[in-house]
Write a protein that binds this ligand. Structure first.
Ligand SMILES: NC(=O)C1=CN([C@@H]2O[C@H](COP(=O)(O)OP(=O)(O)OC[C@H]3O[C@@H](n4cnc5c(N)ncnc54)[C@H](O)[C@@H]3O)[C@@H](O)[C@H]2O)[C@@H](O)CC1
Ligand SMILES: Nc1ncnc2c1ncn2[C@@H]1O[C@H](COP(=O)(O)OP(=O)(O)O)[C@@H](O)[C@H]1O
Ligand SMILES: [K+]
Length: 497
């Protein structure tokens, strides 16, 4: 699903109006109708509706929504935030609303009576917001934020800038944002989560042709039939064609990361899994993961032996591996020689950040999986996710690699600076070991997907999906990376069918 910027959305509106053709007021009616359908589906007409309308087209939507909900027998009041004159479509909708005579139109609202059954619909500002909300409007928004009731934003919460950090202090806090046709980039930024709440994309029939032709670096990942086919196992398959993966992670007394990654790889369909381990840790792997072949390191406490790896399709290097000189040398040797798919996580990323000359050795198409702390070590500090995104794009373009920047809405970026956001996953995954499991899934599917960007997007999706099943099954506190491993079962079943 493509993410478009405000300028592109405006052009899509205009293109649709001209070429469908449809009058602007009718397009507004169609958009408002979609909001009303959504409200009717989710909330009964026992709720009291308060529409907060600005004077632009977002306000025009609000007035149309008020009329249409009233026609569906909801009790509706409208608060005009900026007076009675506005855009042409606003004024036309205000006339239509007045002639209906069923909806009370106010210039202020007494919030003291509001209760949890109230639904406040924010149609103050939409994508036309051009400066922070200030003065009386800010005070009003503040009051709504403090009031009891369900909060719902039309298109975008008032005060959120769609394509850049929102500069204002006062921003409408929605429980739900019903956005027209395409998601906005701002929705993918974790700092906006408190304003956006849960977002839904409503199809308002803007020209598909126009949207398909729009160029955008940003999209939201969606599983397609083609992607599912990549994971299909041929009926005459043998282990050799399902790929060979080696995990180089952990060290003495740090075997948890290895086990989580290894199980992730195995349960994602790899043909042959090898694990490089210190001699003292061999028993742990053999007990925990009998399927794994052991590559014995010559060091007792850290990993440092270069073992060739020339038959391997994919190598994972880094989780809990530490920073011993031998380990750094091993990574350097691998960067210089390994020809398959390399996946670098955790300590490997910190090693690169501290030994910057090694960054120049990164093979094209390497997948790196930093969380924000690790990514800042690579690119320097940033203060919001928009800045992080710019750093992400320039890092990937410069080094010709794929980076999985982990967090809420994990961003996967390729060497062209194209970014795909993931919407599966949840807060229950914020536990040590989740990242190790992701590395394992990446390695498990990489040999079959055969493309680092597609591998990374799909693995992040599957990882989050198993997290979502775990959330349902065990709850956000009880769930662990280990429950997610068991939930890979249902994740893959879904993909396979
Ligand atoms: N035909 C179309 O173009 C469609 C537009 N739609 C709606 O139109 C919205 C965009 O409408 P507009 O472009 O009129 O923009 P808005 O409705 O967001 O309002 C912009 C108006 O507010 C003023 N303004 C901006 N920031 C302000 C601030 N901080 N304080 C005070 N005033 C401020 C602007 O100068 C402008 O007059 C979309 O979000 C969507 O809800 C939908 O009806 C779908 C169709
Ligand atoms: N609030 C959240 N919402 C969605 N996903 C999350 C959230 N918190 C963590 N995750 C996911 O969990 C994983 C955590 O990885 P990481 O921080 O590397 O963990 P570790 O190194 O401890 O294994 C990432 O894939 C991240 O996207
Ligand atoms: K709004």
């Amino acid at each position: 699903m493509k993410i478009l910027n405000v300028q592109q959305i405006r052009e899509a509106d205009q293109f649709t109006i001209k070429n469908e053709p449809i009058a602007s007021i009718d397009l507004m009616e169609r958009a408002s109708g979609q909001v009303v359908n959504w409200v009717c589906k989710h909330f009964s007409n026992e709720h009291e509706i308060i529409v907060l309308a600005g004077s632009g087209n977002n306000g025009g939507d609000g007035l149309a929504i008020a009329r249409l909900l009233s026609n569906q027998n909801y009790s509706v009041k409208v608060v005009l935030i900026m007076g009675e004159s506005g855009s042409d479509d606003f004024e036309q909708n205000l006339d239509r609303l007045k002639s209906l005579k069923k909806v009370e139109i106010l210039n202020d609202f007494n919030f003291s009576n509001s209760n949890n059954d109230y639904i406040f619909i924010d149609a103050i500002f939409g994508s036309g917001l051009s400066r922070p909300i200030e003065g009386d409007i800010a005070k009003f928004v503040q009051k709504v934020n403090e009031a009891k009731g369900i909060k719902l934003a039309v298109d975008i919460p008032s005060g959120v800038f769609a394509d850049e950090p929102s500069p204002g202090e006062t921003i409408f806090k929605s429980d739900f944002t019903l956005s027209f046709q395409v998601p906005k980039l701002a929705f993918m930024m974790a700092e906006n989560q408190q304003y956006v709440g849960q977002f839904e994309i409503l199809n308002i029939g803007l020209s598909e042709e126009f949207i398909n032709n729009c160029i955008s670096d940003y999209s939201i990942y969606e599983l397609t039939k083609e992607l599912k086919l990549l994971l299909k196992v041929d009926s005459i398959a043998h282990k050799g064609i399902r790929g060979r993966a080696t995990i180089i992670a952990g060290g003495h007394a740090k075997m948890g990361a290895v086990i989580l990654a290894a199980k992730g790889t195995l349960h994602s369909g790899i043909g042959l899994l090898s694990v490089q381990v210190c001699p003292l840790c061999i028993d742990i792997i053999q007990n925990q993961i009998p399927e794994a072949l052991i590559l014995e390191d010559e060091n007792d406490y850290v990993l440092g032996s270069f073992l060739g790896y020339n038959k391997q399709d994919v190598l994972v290097f880094g989780p809990a591996i530490g920073f011993a000189n031998k380990t750094i040398k091993l990574l350097e040797e691998i960067l210089k020689t390994f020809k398959g798919q390399l996946i670098l996580d955790a300590d490997a990323i910190t090693i690169l950040a501290k030994n910057r000359e090694m960054l120049e050795l990164l093979p094209e198409g390497t997948i790196l999986t930093p969380h924000h702390g690790e990514f800042k070590r690579l690119v320097g500090n940033y203060s919001n996710n928009f800045e992080a995104l710019m750093q992400l794009k320039s890092f990937c373009k410069h080094h010709k690699v794929v980076v999985v920047l982990k967090g809420k809405f994990t961003a996967v970026c390729n060497e062209k600076g194209q970014v795909s956001f993931n919407t599966t996953g949840n807060q229950g995954m914020a536990k040590g070991g989740s990242g190790d499991l992701l590395c394992g899934i990446l390695a498990g599917i990489a040999p079959r997907v055969q493309n680092p960007f597609e591998t990374a997007k799909l693995a992040v999706y599957l990882h989050g999906f198993s997290g979502d099943i775990s959330l349902k099954e065990y709850g956000e506190n009880y769930m662990t990376p280990s429950t997610m491993i068991s939930n890979l079962k249902d994740t893959f079943k879904k993909v396979e069918n």
